[in-house]
Design a binder for this molecule. Sequence first.
Ligand SMILES: Cc1cc2nc3c(=O)[nH]c(=O)nc-3n(C[C@H](O)[C@H](O)[C@H](O)COP(=O)(O)OP(=O)(O)OC[C@H]3O[C@@H](n4cnc5c(N)ncnc54)[C@H](O)[C@@H]3O)c2cc1C
Length: 329
Amino acid sequence: MIVEVGMRDGGRQGLSLGPRAIAPTPDRKGSQARDLHAAVAGLRGEVRCNASLRDLTSFRIGGPADVLCFPADVEDLGRLVGQAKAAKVPIFVLGGTNLLVRDRGIRGLVVSLTKLTAIRDEPDSVIYAEGGVGMPTLMKHAITRSLTGLEWAAGIPGTLGGSVVMNAGTRLGEMRQVLKAVRLVDLKGKVRDVPTSAIRFSYRRAKLPRGIVAGAWLQLRPGNREQIETVVKDYLHHRRDTQPLAQPSAGCVFKNPPNDAAGRVIEAAGMKGARVGDAQVSEKHANFVVNLGQAKAADVITLIKQVGRAVHEQTGITLELELKIVGQP
Ligand SMILES: Cc1cc2nc3c(=O)[nH]c(=O)nc-3n(C[C@H](O)[C@H](O)[C@H](O)COP(=O)(O)OP(=O)(O)OC[C@H]3O[C@@H](n4cnc5c(N)ncnc54)[C@H](O)[C@@H]3O)c2cc1C
């Protein structure tokens, strides 16, 4: 769910506070503070006010959320979503690895599912995992059960929920090939299970009924643990050799154009190494923008525009963003 909303300035890390601690700020009307208050009332998870999102993103960039919530479990998440809808407060959910959060942050509620981390084995090589489970954790779980089918995800750092919504994938495969069903918290806060037949997949996109992915069933197959580990290790080595994994980034910025690679066309357009402030087109992989230290979202956006323009002028190709840019312009 992407909600483009207004923000206020500042980026300091919010304290961990109970809902009662949400106080009106000088630039926010009392009614808005009351709405936020109502949205998080009774939440059992953690609530932070004016919380920096920088450390929740792999880019290490981004302004604050008015309120950042970590629901304790699926029931808590349902309550939060229902109350937010009743109070007309916008919600944005993140894992944080395919995102550029603008410098002025995100207004309303930002939800992180880091407390929804249960994984359960089911019959016939099916795994159920909650939406906040990290893909690397899920991968390790599949390996310990000698289950094959998830090797394509080696090195994808996001959550299961984000990876479902993005139809995350690599040249080895993608989410749609293993997804059996999705547990969704709909916009009223009700839990619904959605079969994959109700989801429309395309390149780096899954069109689901509106809501938050609280969990998913993955259909894997019995395999040979050593063989699975070999494929995963080889792919992780390949990533280390070809991607700037030691620097903060949000992975690939652009989708690959048909029958080509975005990195190749960006390099051909002479943009490898181009820099705006501390944002740089990676010298290692031209479809990555890396944060050299103090990059602002505005620097990244300027750089991305320059890259898109140069590629279009020199090749005629219009690159489409894979990265999601969110928050107040
Ligand atoms: C080093 C690196 C390498 C990467 N390599 C790959 C790769 O090979 N292939 C690939 O596909 N991606 C790759 N990515 C990008 C990213 O990891 C994936 O897109 C991932 O699936 C995003 O998951 P996330 O949880 O971080 O979602 P986010 O980036 O936070 O969110 C993406 C979108 O999903 C929505 N969303 C997130 N969680 C939920 C939820 N629970 N319910 C509903 N909506 C939700 C958000 O609102 C947003 O619209 C890479 C990123 C990095 C940093």
